[in-house]
Design a protein. Structure first.
Ligand SMILES: [Zn+2]
Ligand SMILES: [Zn+2]
Length: 291
């Protein structure tokens, strides 16, 4: 994983300061990170990020990196202890990022019913037998239009949303990242019809849309999803949005959240969200974003 500080318009993208929340980050409880939770908490205090949700991976496909990677009770205690230590300075939430696969929907539901989290993200990843996996993607893309190339990813994302199991859906169109050699990010704006069913499902079920800022530190230089998608979500009646850095490295924490919040505000939202069941008045966007 590479983290760069390039920005598209020459304005340096950086870690946000004085911000209500970063809802998405990985620690050493994830197979693909070795960041200690303490390092995120210390940065949050320093930067003025009031709340952080720890969202390590849980995968359901045997053999996947996040398959039974951590012990639920051990992790819950580590996060709970940190939450106590940082109380009054940074609120630390016990979250999870589930790799959604429709073939494991029943197991995922059962897991979430028996393992209480404060906050859950459902995300579609390129698991090893996915058409987007490194070994398959070139053959998969050959001869396809961009709409055809996103179809399997979007179908799984829509199923994740329709399952109603998650507080939010993570990085709605992360397939943009894997498809970049064939379809530059700007091309995605030519397929609004592919996005409509996903946005409609979010509106219908009340699942939040995550504006994932990790794309700002990747060569795409745009969020997952891009600003126009967030604007369309609001137009369709979307009410709940979250912003998350998806940090796997210390320097990625809160990175690009200022830009993500600008997108959210420009779309017409005045606040962020976390738990599905709560309207959090304390997650109002700071004054500088108000329109
Ligand atoms: Zn993810
Ligand atoms: Zn993540």
């Amino acid at each position: 994983m590479t983290d760069t500080n390039e920005s598209r318009e020459g304005r340096p993208v950086a870690q946000a300061r004085d911000f209500p929340i970063d809802t998405h980050m990985h620690t050493a409880f994830s197979h693909d990170s070795n960041v200690l939770l303490e390092l995120y908490a210390a940065q949050a205090a320093e930067l003025g990020i009031r709340e952080i949700a720890i969202t390590d991976h849980v995968d359901f496909m045997p053999g996947s990196g996040g398959y039974r990677y951590f012990d639920f009770n051990v992790r819950r205690k580590v996060i709970g202890d940190a939450a106590e230590r940082w109380a009054g300075k940074v609120a630390i939430r016990h979250g999870v990022e589930i790799t959604y696969e429709s073939r494991y929907e029943e197991e995922i539901g059962e897991y979430l019913r028996t393992h209480p989290f404060d906050y859950s993200i459902g995300s579609v990843h390129a698991v090893s037998d996915s058409p987007y996996a490194r070994a398959r993607i070139e053959t998969f893309v050959a001869g396809k239009t961009v709409a055809e190339a996103v179809a399997p990813y979007f179908a799984e994302v829509e199923a994740a949303i329709r399952s109603g199991m998650f507080d939010t859906v993570g990085h709605l169109d992360q397939c943009k990242r894997w498809l970049r050699p064939w379809f530059p990010p700007a091309v995605f704006a030519t397929i609004p019809a592919s996005y409509e069913p996903l946005l409609a499902a979010l509106v219908d079920g009340g699942t939040a849309l995550e504006v994932n800022s990790s794309g700002l530190r990747h060569p795409e230089h745009e969020t997952y999803p891009a600003a126009w998608v967030v604007a369309r979500f609001h137009e369709l009646g979307g009410r709940r949005v979250t912003v998350g850095s998806d940090a796997h490295l210390p320097q990625s924490f809160a990175f690009g959240l200022e830009e993500a919040a600008e997108i959210v505000a420009a779309a017409g939202f005045d606040r962020l969200s976390l738990e599905r069941a709560l309207d959090r008045g304390d997650l109002l966007l700071p004054e500088r974003f108000r329109r």
